[in-house]
Design a protein around this ligand. Structure first.
Ligand SMILES: [Zn+2]
Length: 242
């Protein structure tokens, strides 16, 4: 364990609060340091009053927060529990969230490449007027969906830059490792080696910036880096031990 930071050192591994409605003299609130943790804003945050994850803004340590309520005739009781995730739990959580971001990123890549195929068809496929109209509608639809998903991804990445950069560094570092493997050992035929290296290097550079600034969507040219998605899936697999 690294030295606990100025916030985490004020929190035990498990903190509980207790409130009894009829007897406020017995109330035990969570320590004030608990309120300095950021609530992690992920798309799966459905009922934050009842359950959410918090992240220490100073050191990135993660906590789960649970609220429970019990009804008693002599005064109902509320309890909150804040527990520090173990390194293994935190790693699994970060990878699961990174996988969700990656699924959305791949949707955008697929939609944009689909729109590109319709554009090629319009340019070179000699469509009839009716075919061209249908192709244009399909292309516009794919572009609109891609744009909507890009905005969704931008919102998610920007929210995590402030509340839990660890999810973004986990996601980006997996991409950088995969890209670097293509720089070291390019796939494909020898004539494309330089291109594969160039694509892998520039893609890695974009990923290095993503947790902090700039683009929130990074396209991956799988056509140059064969088997990219499979390698990335292995990096972010649930059972990976970091
Ligand atoms: Zn901390």
């Amino acid at each position: 364990m690294p030295d606990p930071c100025s916030i985490c050192s004020l929190l035990k591994d498990v903190q509980t609060s207790f409130y009894k409605y009829a007897a406020p003299e017995y109330d035990i609130p969570l320590p004030p340091a608990a309120a300095r943790l950021a609530i992690v804003l992920t798309p799966d945050l459905h009922d934050p009053e009842v359950y959410h994850v918090r992240c220490c803004p100073e050191c990135g340590t993660l906590y789960t927060y649970r609220f429970s309520y019990e009804y008693h005739t002599n005064g109902s009781e509320d309890e909150e529990e804040l527990s520090r995730m173990s390194p293994a739990e935190a790693g699994a959580y970060l990878r699961a969230q990174a996988r969700a971001l990656e699924a959305l990123r791949r949707d955008i890549d697929a939609l944009e490449s689909n729109a590109g195929q319709w554009a090629d068809y319009l340019d070179r496929g000699h469509p009839s007027l009716a075919e061209a109209e249908a192709a244009r509608a399909a292309m516009d639809g794919a572009m609109e969906n891609a744009q909507r998903s890009r905005e969704q991804l931008r919102g998610q990445v920007e929210a995590l830059r402030t509340t839990c950069p660890g999810i973004l560094t986990t996601w980006a570092a997996a991409h950088v490792r995969v890209c670097n493997a293509y720089v070291d050992t390019p796939t494909g035929s020898d004539e494309h080696t330089r291109t594969v290296r160039y694509v892998a290097r520039t893609t890695a550079e974009a990923w290095e910036r993503l947790p902090y600034e700039g683009e929130t969507f990074i396209s991956v040219a799988g056509i140059w880096m064969e088997g990219y998605d499979e390698r990335l899936d292995a990096e972010l697999a649930p059972d990976v031990t970091p």
